[in-house]
Ligand binder design. Structure first.
Ligand SMILES: [Zn+2]
Length: 328
C-alpha cells in the first residue's frame, strides 16, 4: 500500500481511533468508498480502550483484534498501526505488541499489527536510531513497518506537549533524514515522520507555517547518496491547507495522520442531538424522557456519520479516495 502510494503520488489517510465506535466510523468511510486506509491507536487511546484495567498494550490488542473481525469482509484493505510511542513507553506498549504479533506469526497466522511508531524525537539522533534499529530488527522479518520521527511535531496530542518547543527543532534537517535512511533501510520497511513546521491540533488560519520544501530537500539528499527516497508521514494533518497537503504528496508523503478533526466531527453531531432533543434526554417534571433519544446508539450513529464524512474528506485531499489494491 505504501509503495503504491509513493509511486502514485497519493497518501493513505491514517485515522486515530479510541473505541469501537470511532473505529467503525473510520471503517465505514473506507468501506463505502472502497478506499484503502490506515487505522491507528495512540498510547492514551489504547489505555482508554482497555477500560478498567488501564493497560495500553491490552487496549491496543483488543482494538486490533476487533478490527481484524469487523474489517475481514470489507471491499478494501485496512492496515493497523500504533501512533507516537515515546521512549519510556516502549517496554509497556510497542514491545508487548511486537511480541503478540510474533506469537501469531510463530503459530502460522498473520501479525496482529502492520506497523508501529517509535517516537524518539526527544532523544539525540544517535539514541533515537539505536532504539529504532533494535525495534526494526524485531519487526522487519514479520513485514511490520516501523515509523520513526526526526524533529518535533509541534502542538499537543495525547499528552505529548511540544507547544513550547525550540522552533528550530520543528524542522527536520536533510542530514537527519539521510541518517535515518542509512540506519534503517536494510533492516525492513520504515516510514519517517519528518517535521516541516507541522503541529498537532488545529489552529486558526495563518497560525501554522508549513514548509513542505523541507521534505523535498531531505529526500533530495537521500536520493543523491542512495538513489532512493524515504516514505514520509505527515503528522498534524488536521486543519492543513490543501495546497500544502498536495505539495507534500509530491515530496514523498504516503501517510497522513488525522486525529483532531475526526474528534471534532464525531462530537459535533452530538451537540445537535442534545440541543434538539433536550426534553427527551431528561427525566423532568415527573416525565420519563424518550428512550429513543437517550439510547446511546441514537447519537453515536450521528457521531459516526460525522466522523465518517471527515475521513472521506481526508482521503479526497490525499488523492486516495476510491483507491484500493483489494482484489488486484
Ligand atoms: Zn503525530
Amino acid at each position: 500500500m505504501l509503495d503504491e502510494a509513493q509511486k502514485g503520488n497519493y497518501a493513505l489517510a491514517s485515522i486515530n481511533v479510541t473505541s469501537s465506535s470511532t473505529l467503525n466510523a473510520a471503517l465505514a468511510a473506507f468501506a463505502e468508498t472502497k478506499t484503502d486506509g490506515i487505522i491507528q491507536f495512540s498510547t492514551g487511546g489504547s489505555e482508554f480502550a482497555s477500560g478498567p484495567i488501564k493497560s495500553m498494550s491490552t487496549g491496543a490488542i483488543a482494538l486490533a483484534e476487533y478490527t481484524h473481525r469487523v474489517a475481514a469482509d470489507l471491499p478494501c484493505y485496512v492496515a493497523l498501526t500504533t501512533d507516537h510511542c515515546v521512549p519510556d513507553k516502549v517496554d509497556k506498549f510497542v514491545r508487548p505488541l511486537i511480541a503478540e504479533s510474533q506469537r501469531r506469526v510463530d503459530a502460522g497466522l498473520v501479525p496482529l499489527f502492520n506497523g508501529h511508531m517509535f517516537d524518539g524525537s526527544e532523544l539525540s539522533m544517535v539514541e533515537n536510531m539505536k532504539t529504532s534499529v533494535e525495534l526494526l530488527k524485531l519487526m522487519g522479518p514479520m513485514g511490520i513497518v516501523l515509523e520513526v520521527e526526526a524533529g518535533l511535531v509541534g502542538g499537543e496530542e495525547d499528552g505529548i506537549d511540544n507547544s513550547s518547543a525550540d522552533h528550530s527543532k520543528l524542522y527536520t534537517t536533510p542530514d537527519d533524514m539521510v541518517m535515518v535512511y542509512e540506519h534503517l533501510h536494510a533492516l525492513g520497511k520504515f516510514t519517517l515522520a519528518a517535521t516541516f513546521g507541522n503541529v498537532h491540533g488545529v489552529y486558526k488560519p495563518g497560525n501554522v507555517k508549513l514548509d513542505p520544501e523541507i521534505l523535498k530537500n531531505g529526500n533530495d539528499a537521500i536520493r543523491a547518496k542512495y538513489n532512493a527516497i524515504a516514505d514520509l508521514v505527515f503528522h498534524g494533518g488536521s486543519g492543513s491547507e490543501l495546497s500544502d497537503i498536495h505539495a507534500t504528496l509530491e515530496y514523498g508523503v504516503v501517510k497522513m495522520n488525522v486525529d483532531t478533526d475526526c474528534q471534532y466531527h464525531y462530537s459535533r453531531p452530538v451537540v445537535d442531538h442534545v440541543m434538539k432533543n433536550y426534553d427527551g434526554l431528561l427525566r423532568i417534571d415527573g416525565e420519563m424522557g424518550d428512550k429513543k433519544v437517550y439510547d446511546p446508539r441514537s447519537y453515536m450513529k450521528k457521531a459516526e456519520a460525522g466522523m465518517k464524512a471527515r475521513v472521506i474528506q481526508a482521503a479526497t485531499e490525499l488523492k486516495s479516495l476510491g483507491v484500493s489494491l483489494y482484489g488486484k
